[in-house]
Design a protein around this ligand. Sequence first.
Ligand SMILES: NC(=O)C1=CN([C@@H]2O[C@H](COP(=O)(O)OP(=O)(O)OC[C@H]3O[C@@H](n4cnc5c(N)ncnc54)[C@H](O)[C@@H]3O)[C@@H](O)[C@H]2O)[C@H](O)CC1
Ligand SMILES: [K+]
Length: 499
Amino acid sequence: MRHSSDDLPLALYSADQVRALDAALIAAGTPGFELMGRAAHAIWRALRREWPDAGAVTVLAGQGNNAGDGYLVGALAKRAGWQVQILAVSESGRLQGDAALAHDEAVAAGVEVLAWSEGCEVRGVVIDALLGTGLSGEVREPYAAVIEWINRSGCPVLAVDIPSGICADTGQVLGAAVKAQLTVTLIGLKLGLYVGAALDHVGHLVFDSLQADSTIVSSQQSAARRLAGDVLPQVPVRQPTTHKGQLGHVLVVGGDHATGGAALLSAQSALRSGAGMVSLATRAEHVAAAQARLPEVMSLAVASANQLHALADTITVWVVGPGLGLAPWGRSLLSAAAASGSAQVWDADALNLLAAGAVRIAAGGVITPHPGEAACLLGISTAALQADRPAAARVLAQRYDVVCVLKGAGTLVANPAGQLLVCDRGDPVMAGAGLGDVLAGLIGALIAQGCSAWNAASLGVWVHACAGESLAYKGNGLVAGDLCDAIRHLLQERAACRN
Ligand SMILES: NC(=O)C1=CN([C@@H]2O[C@H](COP(=O)(O)OP(=O)(O)OC[C@H]3O[C@@H](n4cnc5c(N)ncnc54)[C@H](O)[C@@H]3O)[C@@H](O)[C@H]2O)[C@H](O)CC1
Ligand SMILES: [K+]
């Protein structure tokens, strides 16, 4: 999915919520067929913007209102002099209600409506008007065959409202799903467009409110909200009298034998992200490298947890897990962190030890699992986790009474109250080593500077993703150290534009 522009709404709805929204708009006096007509115009505008010279469309129409949108687009294209064919996919009976009216309007405009079959020929741009928010359960035949037929056609595809076969609530593929180059979504953004497999199916996303009454829209409960820079919390501003003691002390704990690099990256990230002081508790063999690379960081050779007790009272936030390992050494240090009573950010092996029941995390902390670690914490397969990422993030936050950052394309931030934030920024180049270590250190530094766990996780995820996006030009060679510098610049820009 190409990145969103920040003028998109923040609210993300479930299928039921967007249906309730449609119903509320109709109840308030906007006929459903009027909304469908506005939808068709929005789709037709987006189609001509994306493929101005196509001159031909092939509408694949199902039997609900999603199809109705497609029929009306066909009528508009026909009247504009384009070549139009509509291939109707019917499972049972005739079209109902507004979809039937839309069908009749297309026929009246002179559009040829044929029954779809494998032998049909695609002309121009495919308009996927098979299934929208009314999809329930795995896609049945013949729709699954039609979806595969569309994906095999090699033609450009515009998906109406949501790519057919994508679940509007979870983003998962329900058996088969259309791969679109452009999705035009209507009235409200669906959560399922932003998470899971949907990110490989949506293409460029265009939103149109259909001039829906904003008071009705804003009163509708949403399932999640998008992270957007202008509504994110700010890092507390440094005053002329601010001294480093007021900017918190981050202790990064990790780096067992041969895995010192991860802890170093977290420490580097915490430092670059503005923490007042950063200490690193690690194996003795890593201290020389740490001091050489990060002289501002106090690097401690730690053989046992006892050495941390003297330090514990000066620590604002513990960032534990990068390269920690699962051996007794790492477990003892994690236990010391859990017992400290200070703010906690647990990542990587700390989460594997948590999943194993070796240690418990105190309420109010932050966990930052990648999908595999999250699946382990939930005792499910990674595939099952990825099938419903929003549910997984919420369950983890509630089960451990923490803020959960579920990493991956479309990173999610959930809290025990059930609030869910979705990050639609970032870039595939970020799927690289060490970037999770950087995020953990960044979140720790934001907590050290006075952010709550929720604000630190939300702001940290968004800044981390935007920083990665700014480095996408480097291609797959994105280096975690570069990311730390890009994060520092972004945080400074945000602070500067506020002063
Ligand atoms: N006024 C409005 O509500 C507007 C809605 N818009 C568009 O309408 C769709 C939602 O329409 P709806 O009729 O509720 O459902 P769909 O058209 O998405 O699908 C219903 C259709 O699909 C069949 N079906 C359901 N599940 C399956 C399955 N697993 N396999 C196969 N077939 C399935 C079902 O039998 C029905 O025939 C929304 O997305 C918008 O595109 C307008 O845009 C705005 C006004
Ligand atoms: K669709």
